[in-house]
Design a protein around this ligand. Structure first.
Ligand SMILES: NC(=O)C1=CN([C@@H]2O[C@H](COP(=O)(O)OP(=O)(O)OC[C@H]3O[C@@H](n4cnc5c(N)ncnc54)[C@H](O)[C@@H]3O)[C@@H](O)[C@H]2O)[C@@H](O)CC1
Ligand SMILES: Nc1ncnc2c1ncn2[C@@H]1O[C@H](COP(=O)(O)OP(=O)(O)O)[C@@H](O)[C@H]1O
Ligand SMILES: [K+]
Length: 490
């Protein structure tokens, strides 16, 4: 598992390491050397400008400068503030620097081939203004390769938000573990290629820190991915029910159903309003079809306890149709994936949903995009950073909240969260979210724990986008799953 550490957790990792006997300057030396190594992928002769800030991020810049100068690079170093004002490890690092220290404003960014951004890292705590903002504008205007120390200056390590202005880096070199700000947008776009350097912090410090956020990678959920039993039966793999909208909007439910079956559900049944039965009958093959007369009809179907998960929301229709159906689903014992119109049904009264959720024991996964999220959690929608939004929404609702986008974040009520960075932008296409809902549904049907099922579906959906590439449409995503699994298990 790759943990993501926010600034407070990273400071604690540093503190525990120093308390256990490794001096801070030793960590800073290792950090500066790692930055120098990444910078030194550019050949000798490269003209380097190093912009140092007033804290330890700047200290790393002084160390990198000393090492690169010893390796024969031509370089200029500029400092925001005065050397006399530096403290602690940064002051020690600056004392070892033998070159000239220019005022930041005198650095010639335009004449540099490579810029090392050591202005601010984890200690950034307010919007950047004045000379630092001017330096960042000049860095972004230059044609130089930019290597950021820890984080691109201006990006908040915990939220990925831009505080004022932010450097656009080609490379970022961070230490020990990546930070949420490297994967959450727009931070990820600013960070460029990420290098995570070992600076001598022992992984055992994580036992004390107990980080709650991870990068969404297979190692997070693969141990929980169900494997069909050799002597298994289709009913061992679960039976999902997908609730369809009316005649003119049946496609979304079929995308859900196909993805649920492809990813591993043993059986999938489409619950269809009477007017849409003929449309579905013309399209469905391996997916079964049942007639559903309104909310009472759905409750009757769900009396069959073998139906262990319900997907409801995509193409479901306006609130007068959708709300009674969702309430019938919520009253059942099945796990639920609630998406799209099923979420919007509660826009007038989100507490009604939360109250129903509190009465359930089987899990519910909410899969909003930003617009749907704002309908259920209007006060949380403006929080900086998707991680906090998803985490607070999960705590409030008691559901697993999967907040979609380029940096889809899954959070559970107890606070555990996973952020994905593998989804290509081709996934922003009609019906792609319906397919994701279906993938979660299928994994829940197979009995995967809900947080892991949601995280796995997000990653597999993203990888299906990678496998298909440009030209993909939502109809292709489920059918790409065999190739995605083949890649996963090589
Ligand atoms: N021993 C350690 O703690 C280690 C720290 N390391 C480096 O230290 C960095 C964190 O150092 P710090 O905690 O000193 O923090 P930073 O160096 O990121 O920034 C803190 C300084 O910037 C000022 N500042 C913050 N926001 C500002 C703004 N908007 N405008 C102007 N000034 C602003 C603060 O007042 C403070 O002086 C990490 O990002 C990493 O690069 C590494 O050297 C590894 C070891
Ligand atoms: N820029 C992007 N990069 C990667 N994935 C994206 C991007 N924008 C959207 N997605 C993904 O595409 C899907 C869109 O879902 P959604 O907004 O519900 O659309 P629809 O309702 O048409 O299915 C989600 O899985 C989302 O995470
Ligand atoms: K930086």
């Amino acid at each position: 598992m790759i943990e993501l550490l926010d600034p407070a957790e990273m400071a604690e990792a540093d503190r525990l390491t120093i308390a256990a006997g490794t001096p801070g300057i030793v960590l800073m030396e290792a950090a500066g050397r790692a930055v120098a190594d990444v910078a030194a992928r550019s050949p000798l002769g490269t003209r380097i400008a190093i912009a140092c800030g007033p804290g330890n991020n700047g200290g790393d810049g002084f160390v990198a400068g000393r090492i690169l100068m010893a390796r024969g690079y031509r370089l200029q170093l500029g400092l925001l503030g005065s050397i006399a004002a530096l403290k602690g490890d940064a002051a020690l690092a600056a004392a070892e620097w033998r070159g000239e220290t220019l005022p930041l404003a005198d650095l010639d960014f335009g004449g540099a081939d490579l810029i090392i951004d050591a202005l601010f890292g984890a200690g950034l705590d307010r919007p950047i203004e004045g000379p630092a903002a001017a330096a960042i504008a000049a860095i972004n205007a230059s044609k130089a390769r930019v290597v950021a120390v820890d984080l691109p200056s201006g990006i908040h390590g915990g939220t990925g938000q831009v505080l004022g202005v932010a450097v656009r880096a080609d490379d970022s070199v961070t230490f020990f573990r990546p930070k949420p700000g490297h994967v959450l947008m727009p931070g990820r776009a600013h960070a460029g290629r990420l290098t995570v350097a070992d600076i001598g912090i022992r992984p055992q410090v994580l036992d004390a820190i107990q980080p709650r956020t991870a990068l969404n990678r297979p190692e997070l959920w693969l141990p929980h991915l169900p494997t069909p039993k050799v002597d298994g039966h289709k009913y061992d793999r679960g039976h999902a029910l997908v609730v369809s909208g009316g005649m003119t909007q049946t496609g979304a439910a079929r995308l859900v159903a196909r993805a649920a079956l492809r990813i591993g559900a043993g059986l999938v049944t489409m619950a269809s309003p009477p007017d849409a039965l003929a449309v579905h009958a013309a399209h469905l093959t391996s997916i079964m079809l049942k007639r559903m007369e309104g909310a009472a009809g759905l409750s009757e179907l769900l009396a069959d306890k073998r139906l262990n998960v319900v997907a409801i929301g995509p193409g479901l229709g306006p609130v007068d149709v959708s709300l009674p159906l969702v309430e019938a689903a919520l009253a059942s014992d099945a796990s639920i994936v609630l998406d799209a119109d099923g979420i919007s049904a509660f826009r007038e009264d989100p507490d009604r949903l939360f109250a129903a959720l509190r009465k359930r024991s089987a899990p519910v996964v909410l899969t909003p995009h930003d617009g749907e999220f704002a309908r259920l959690f209007p006060d949380l929608a403006s929080l900086p950073g998707k991680l906090d939004r998803a985490r607070q929404a999960a705590a409030r609702s008691g559901a697993i909240v999967l907040l979609k986008g380029a940096d889809t974040t899954v959070a559970e009520p107890a606070g555990r969260a996973a952020i994905a960075d593998n989804a290509p932008p081709f996934l922003a296409t009609a019906g792609s979210g319906d397919t994701l809902a279906g993938m979660i549904t299928g994994l829940l049907a197979e009995g995967m724990p809900a947080f892991e099922a949601a995280a796995a579906a997000v990653w597999l959906h993203g990888d299906a986008g990678v496998v298909l590439g440009r030209g993909l449409i939502a109809d292709d995503l489920a059918d790409a799953l065999p190739r995605v699994f083949a890649r996963l298990f090589v």
